[in-house]
Each structure stands twice: as structure tokens, then as C-alpha cells.
Design a protein around this ligand. Structure first.
Ligand code: 1CP
Length: 344
């Protein structure tokens, strides 16, 4: 029997309190994080086991979340492919961009255990500092989400280049996605070997695809990565931004938890994905609003899942830099006290 409520919830097993963590919980909305970032660059932070451990633990100490997430970034495993990733001007920038079959053929291959050894060292330090208080979540970007950053050269609002690429060069796209799936699956497995208790794949941008293209260019490669890292006792979470249109397809995926975005109806998700645990899905932008509304909306969400063992509380996407710390405290308190109410 797993010891943490978080792990029990991930397997839908009976437990005492609804667990809560939030995506991007260590980050720029926290003054304690900004204080560390005043001294070092984001890259330096991601390469120091000591600093990774310090910022990973900050939200656990401040809010009492039920899980920690490794401090790293989904784009770092693209560097050993021969892509330069820079975070100097706000959003990430990747060079050279991958736009042709030839560009795909020239990517390097690598052993995650060697090239990502600095992250694995960070995981060991984090586990030491967490000292068994909460489980640690490891993560990767989904193959399609990573490919979209490689092709677009950074974030995007229209995703015109990645769509041009998959429609004009489907063979090269499949070759790229296959390479990313294998590398992602092995990297997640290495993270598990280094000590993470749970893994999450972030499919931040797969939700821009039509249903058939989602199956062909995203879900298929998520399946491959999850097959490679499948490990007894280590739940696998898929977060998909813009989840609702794809619920039926996700029901077929071999994984334990589906993270749903804030537009998705939780009852629909619970019904269509029966047998899986659901994670979500408060609107992250609600955290810019008044406390009274934050409290009400949190309670409303909790009422929907009251008494269910297959639920993990989270936001519907990552927390944003403008989020108010007091609102985060309020959400955590509301979730934790609701659990006590449920037990009475
Ligand atoms: O200036 C700074 O201090 C850097 C800001 C920052 C941070 C705090 C970036 C750059 N990445 C991170 C950490 C991070 N990123 C974590 C660990 C921290 C935690 O969760 O507590 C995680 C899990 C991520 C995941 C991530 N990075 C995703 C998937 C989640 C999502 O929001 O969809 C994505 C898309 C990225 C790319 C990325 N890296 C950084 C930024 C600002 C972005 C998003 C850019 C964009 O919108 O395209």
C-alpha cells in the first residue's frame, strides 16, 4: 500500500485528504523564488543541484502542498540534440529552428543518463532535502509539444510553422516525434531510477490539433514514452491543455492520471475517463481575482468531486507570474479543510 495520499489518489485508492499541488508551483509569482533569481540566471539555477533543491522545496514549506515537482524545464533535454535554448529575453528562444527533413536528419542522438546527469543529480539532492515529507514529481514535455518549440523556435500563438511542417513533411515529422518519444521515455525512466515518485508529461500544445492529427502526431508518441517508462508503483500523469475535445481518445491511453485544463467539465472527464484519476482544474487566472471569489470557486469545484478517491486538486494550467500568493494560500486551506469536512 503506498504511504502518501497523493500516490493513493493517483491510483484511485481510499485516502484521507484530497491532495493538492499546482503546476509551475515554484516560479516567478513567489518572492522567495525571485530572490534566488536575482543572484543567478535561470540556466545556472537549472544546473545547480543545491539551488534546484532550494526552489523545489519553497512552495512545500510556504503552502504545505502534497507533492513537490522537480525544478527544471521541458526544453532543457533539447540542448543535447544540438539546439541552443535561451531564456534571456522572457520567453524561451530555440536555435537553429527545425524546418526541413534535412534539419531532422542532422539532429544528434544521445543518452539521457549522460547528458541530463545534472538533472538526475538535482533529483537526488531534492529527495534528500524533502526527507520523505511529500512525493516528488518528475516531468518531460510531450514529443509533440517539444517538436512545436523546435519548429516554431519558441512559444507561439498561431502554431503555423509546426502545422506547415507536419502537413508538408509528415515522414520527417514522424521521424522527429519517434526520436523525441524514445528519448523522453528513457529520460523519464532515468528520473524514476534517480528517485522521482511520479512522472508527468506536459502536452501543452497538442490541443491545437484536429482529432485525427492528435491521434497521429501526439497521442501515439505519448503512448510510446509512457510504455518505455512504465514502472510498478510510479503513477504516470498526462496533462493536456485544451482537454475536452480529446477525452474519448485519452480514455484509451495506458496511464493512471489525466490532468485537465480549466475549460473542461469535471463531470464529463470523470465519466468518460472512468477508471483513471482526474487532476485539475481551477482557472489559473482566477488567482488574480478577489479572495471571496477564489474561495467560492474552489468550494464549487470540490463539491463536484466530493467523496471521490480518484481526484487530485490542481489548476487547469500553470500558475502565472501575476498570481497573488494570498490566493494560493486560500486555495490550499480550502482544499485541506474541505477534506476534514468530508470525513465527518
Ligand atoms: O525567468 C525565470 O525564472 C524562468 C521562468 C521559468 C520557470 C520558473 C521557465 C521558463 N521554466 C520554469 C520552470 C518550469 N517549467 C517547471 C518547474 C517548476 C515548477 O513546476 O514548479 C516546469 C514543470 C516547467 C514546464 C514547462 N516549461 C512547460 C509545461 C507547462 C505549461 O505551462 O504548459 C512549458 C510549456 C515550458 C516552456 C517554458 N519555459 C519557461 C517559460 C516561461 C516557458 C513557457 C513559454 C511559453 O509560454 O511558450
Amino acid at each position: 500500500m503506498p504511504e502518501f495520499d497523493f500516490i493513493k489518489a493517483a491510483y484511485g485508492l481510499p485516502h484521507d485528504r484530497i491532495p493538492i499541488w499546482i503546476m509551475r508551483q515554484a516560479g516567478r509569482y513567489l518572492p522567495e523564488y525571485r530572490a534566488v533569481r536575482e543572484k543567478v540566471s535561470f540556466m545556472e539555477l537549472c544546473h545547480s543541484a543545491e539551488l534546484m533543491a532550494e526552489v523545489t522545496k519553497q512552495p512545500i514549506d510556504i503552502f504545505g502542498f502534497d507533492a513537490a515537482i522537480l525544478f527544471s524545464d521541458i526544453l532543457l533535454p533539447l540542448e543535447p540534440l544540438g539546439i541552443k535554448v535561451s531564456y534571456d529575453n522572457g520567453g524561451p528562444a530555440l536555435t537553429p529552428q527545425v524546418r526541413t527533413p534535412d534539419d531532422v536528419a542532422h539532429l544528434k542522438t544521445y543518452e539521457p543518463a549522460d547528458e541530463m546527469a545534472y538533472v538526475l543529480a538535482g533529483i537526488k539532492e531534492i529527495k534528500k532535502r524533502l526527507d520523505g515529507i511529500v512525493p516528488l514529481i518528475g516531468f518531460c514535455g510531450s514529443p509533440f509539444t517539444l517538436a512545436s518549440y523546435m519548429v516554431e523556435g519558441g512559444g507561439s500563438s498561431r502554431f503555423a510553422e509546426i502545422k506547415k511542417f507536419i502537413y508538408n513533411h509528415p515522414k520527417a515529422a514522424h521521424r522527429l516525434l519517434g526520436q523525441l518519444a524514445e528519448q523522453t521515455g528513457r529520460y523519464l525512466k532515468d528520473q524514476i531510477n534517480a528517485g522521482v515518485d511520479v512522472v508527468q508529461l506536459f502536452d501543452s500544445w497538442g490541443g491545437i490539433l484536429p482529432l485525427d492529427a492528435y491521434e497521429e502526431f501526439s497521442l501515439r508518441y505519448i503512448k510510446m514514452a509512457f510504455e518505455i517508462c512504465k514502472t510498478e508503483g510510479v503513477p504516470r500523469i498526462l496533462y493536456l491543455n485544451n482537454t475536452a475535445p480529446y477525452l474519448k481518445q485519452l480514455a484509451e491511453l495506458d496511464c493512471e492520471v489525466i490532468g485537465v485544463d480549466w475549460r473542461t467539465d469535471l463531470n464529463d472527464a470523470m465519466n468518460i475517463l472512468s477508471g483513471k484519476t482526474i487532476q485539475g482544474n481551477l482557472d489559473p487566472q482566477l488567482l488574480f481575482g478577489p479572495g471571496k471569489l477564489v474561495h467560492e470557486k474552489t468550494l464549487e469545484l470540490l463539491e463536484t468531486v466530493a467523496g471521490k478517491d480518484n481526484f487530485i486538486f490542481n489548476l487547469g494550467h500553470g500558475i502565472q507570474p501575476e498570481a497573488l500568493v494570498d490566493n494560493v494560500k486560500l486555495v490550499v486551506e480550502t482544499v485541506h479543510s474541505f477534506n476534514i469536512k468530508r470525513d465527518q
